[in-house]
Design a protein around this ligand. Structure first.
Ligand code: SAH
Length: 206
C-alpha cells in the first residue's frame, strides 16, 4: 500500500510510516475480509451507511495538514476511526466529532482499546458541542463533504492554522485553507482537486 501511495505522489515520511504501521482491517469491522482493503483507491463501507475514506485520500489529506507533533487537530467525521488513528500516530493532540451515535460509541471504544488518547465528541459540526468549542485548533480536517465553507469551523481554527476540507454540493473540491487572520480576506484558499465524500449533515442521528 505504501509503495502505491509513494507512486501517487505522497512524500511525507511521517504519513507514510503511520499508514504502514496501522492495519486498516481493524477499523473496517465486518468487511474485514474485503480483498480490496489495502487498495489505495477503495473506500470501505462501515455502519450507518458511511465509509472509511480511501487510503489515498487519508494519506493525501494528512499530508496537506502539515501537522507537527503536539499540535491540536479537530477531525470532523470520526467514522471508523482510521483517519483519527493516523492523526494520533502523527503525535498530534487529537479531537474528533461524529454525528452518528452508533459510530461514536463503537469507535470511541476501539480507539481507547488501542490506547490512543483522543477526545471524542458526539454531535454535528454545524451546531458543535459545547466542549468542542472550548478550544481553538491548529488544524481542522473534515472527512465529509460540506455544502459550503462552514463559518463555525473557521472560527475554531487558530490564526496561522490550516483547514483541509472537501466543499461542494454536486461536485466537491478539496480545499486547503490557511487562516492568516480573522477576516476572510486574509484566508488563502487553494483548490487541490476533485473530492468525493459522504455529505456533511446537520443534527445527531440516534
Ligand atoms: N474519517 C472517517 C471517515 C468517515 S465518513 C474514517 O476514516 O473512517 C464521514 C463521517 O462523517 C461519517 O461517519 C458521518 O456520519 C460523519 N458526519 C457527517 N456529517 C457530520 C457532521 N456535520 N458532524 C460530524 N460528523 C459528520
Amino acid at each position: 500500500m505504501v509503495a502505491s501511495l509513494k507512486e501517487r505522489g505522497i512524500t511525507d515520511k511521517r504519513v507514510l510510516a503511520a499508514m504502514e504501521k496501522l492495519p486498516r482491517h481493524i477499523f473496517a469491522g465486518e468487511t474485514a475480509l474485503d480483498h480490496l482493503l489495502y487498495d489505495i483507491d477503495h473506500a470501505v463501507a462501515i455502519d450507518c451507511g458511511q465509509t472509511i475514506s480511501k487510503p489515498y485520500t487519508v494519506a493525501w489529506q494528512s499530508e496537506m495538514l502539515e501537522l507537527s507533533a503536539n499540535q491540536s487537530v479537530l477531525e470532523v467525521g470520526t467514522g471508523s476511526g482510521y483517519q483519527t488513528a493516523i492523526l494520533c500516530e502523527l503525535r498530534a493532540q487529537v479531537f474528533t466529532v461524529e454525528r452518528q451515535v452508533k459510530l461514536y460509541r463503537k469507535t470511541k471504544a476501539l480507539l481507547a482499546s488501542m490506547n490512543y488518547r483522543v477526545k471524542c465528541f458526539l454531535g454535528d459540526s454545524f451546531n458543535g458541542v459545547p466542549e468542542m468549542k472550548d478550544y481553538l485548533y491548529d488544524r481542522i480536517l473534515v472527512t465529509c463533504g460540506a455544502p459550503t465553507l462552514p463559518e463555525g469551523l473557521m472560527k475554531l481554527l487558530k490564526v496561522g492554522g490550516i483547514m483541509v476540507i472537501p466543499v461542494g454540493e454536486e461536485e466537491q473540491r478539496m480545499l486547503k485553507i490557511v487562516k492568516n487572520g480573522e477576516d476572510p480576506s486574509e484566508w488563502v484558499i487553494e483548490d487541490k482537486g476533485d473530492a468525493k465524500f459522504v455529505p456533511m449533515l446537520e443534527g445527531r442521528n440516534f
